[in-house]
Design a protein around this ligand. Structure first.
Ligand code: FES
Ligand SMILES: [Fe+2]
Length: 431
């Protein structure tokens, strides 16, 4: 078929409803605002890891749906989360990304969170414990006990991740929210304490869902030299993609041949507990978290949507807390050879989504984005995206293929297809 004129270009694809989405779901500012309320404020988000606040009085800050959050470890060792907002006049209480409240603050006492503006102080349970010149200004009209911080639901779960939910009334705890999607990696994550070994962040001019999508589809592995040369074998093409309630998806494992990559080494001896050597699972948690257990290291991506066309992605890497210095150095090398700045994977994905972001800016002409590959739920099937957008449509009450229409059950996932016959015979390893 020749190149298309505008009418042909704008026509609906020859696929079934549900096998594509309208690009406005990635670029429309009104839809973006609605997503913050209907998705991000209702979901459990793993904002950090307990190893980032290891001691009593340590804290870590983060953001969910524009709301600033602070997570603190109390003297009882319990991690709690609060809005990082002073009840007095709305100042951010703590502006550092992490630190400790054990020492005295510039205008407050040790072991207290102190707002820099007028020095109201709070303990690690969020109680307001001091209001300067309280009697003089408020007489008996304002009681400290009514001026505590806004407490948020918080759970430490699945290998020590600190999960926070802005919705007090959510029907879910973290486990029921995950709906089984984390089960494939939970025994590896929970076997012994983990520790943060890598952190960096990227701010990319694209919609956050494009990062979700690239994590959930593997058809783009042709872009990744490392993945092709270490992984394109029959077992790879048999990795299964499985869908779970609430929009989550995971991807089954296979054995990666790391030694095929020039500067890589076998990861078998350092593979995580309860994981066969050099195996690799992925879990995509709705709406913007990804867990990637690749042999000896875990990567966790946390997306923070900044606007319809901008996302901050924080990349964390984890090893075992019990690592010897030598093992730790190997894990960091394993992490960086794929996911570091000079690695052969992560920045390639970033180039992919940044390219999509340039074609889907607010008010750019709507176009259709195809999610219609069916390969028996094996690795190059796009069930991960179709399942995500089924949940998205239901929670947003919009049809992803035409977001001006209301959601209709059965119109998002596309038709059920018979399993693909045979496996891909791609033989271009290293091509
Ligand atoms: S705004 Fe925090 S003490 Fe005034
Ligand atoms: Fe990728």
């Amino acid at each position: 078929m020749p190149a298309r004129n505008h009418k042909q270009w704008s026509a609906k694809p020859d696929l079934e409803l549900g096998e594509w989405v309208d690009s406005r779901i990635y670029s429309d500012e009104e839809i973006f605002e609605e997503e913050l309320d209907k998705l991000w404020k209702k979901s459990w988000i793993a904002l950090c890891h307990e190893s980032e606040l290891p001691e009593p009085y340590d804290f870590r800050t983060g953001i969910i749906a524009r709301e600033p959050v602070i997570m603190v470890r109390g003297p009882d060792n319990k991690v709690r989360a609060f809005l990082n907002v002073c009840p007095h006049r709305g100042m951010t209480i703590e502006r550092r990304p992490s630190g400790s409240f054990a020492p005295a603050q510039p205008s407050g006492n040790p072991k207290h969170m102190t707002c820099l503006f007028h020095a109201w102080q709070f303990d690690m349970k969020g109680n307001c414990v001091d209001i300067p010149r309280q009697k003089e200004g408020y007489q008996d009209r304002l009681d400290k006990s009514s001026q505590g911080l806004r407490a948020l639901r918080c759970e430490v779960k699945y290998g020590g991740f600190v999960w926070v939910c802005l919705d007090d009334h959510t029907e879910f705890n973290v486990e029921t929210w995950a709906a089984g999607a984390m089960d494939c990696i939970k025994d590896s994550l929970d076997a012994e304490p983990l520790e943060l070994i890598h952190y960096h962040k990227a701010i990319i001019d694209c919609n956050y869902k494009l990062w979700h999508d690239t994590n959930s589809e593997f058809y783009h592995d042709y872009m990744h030299y490392h993945n092709r040369i270490t992984g394109f074998n029959d077992d790879y093409f048999q990795r299964e993609c499985s869908a779970y309630d609430n929009g989550h998806v995971n991807v089954g494992t296979f054995t990666v041949n790391y030694e095929e990559y020039d500067v890589a080494e076998d990861r078998g001896t350092l593979s995580f507990p309860n994981l066969p050597p050099d195996n690799w699972y992925m879990v995509d948690m709705f709406p913007g978290l990804n867990f990637n257990l690749r042999g000896s290291v875990v990567r966790m991506d946390l997306m923070t949507p900044l606007s319809a066309n901008q996302v901050m992605i924080e990349f964390r890497g984890f090893g075992l807390k019990s690592d010897s210095p030598e093992d730790r150095a190997h894990r960091i090398q394993h992490h960086n050879s794929i996911w570091g700045p000079l690695g052969r994977n992560l920045h390639e994905d970033l180039i992919g989504v940044a390219g999509q972001g340039t074609t889907m800016t607010p008010k750019s002409e709507p176009r259709r984005i195809l999610h219609g590959r069916h390969e028996g739920a094996y690795i190059h099937d796009e069930i991960g995206m179709r399942h995500f957008y089924e949940s998205w449509g239901k929670k947003m009450d919009r049809l992803p293929s035409d977001p001006e229409q209301k959601y209709k059950a059965g119109k998002v996932m596309g038709p059920e297809m018979p399993p693909a016959k045979g496996l891909s015979t791609f033989a271009g390893k290293g091509a």
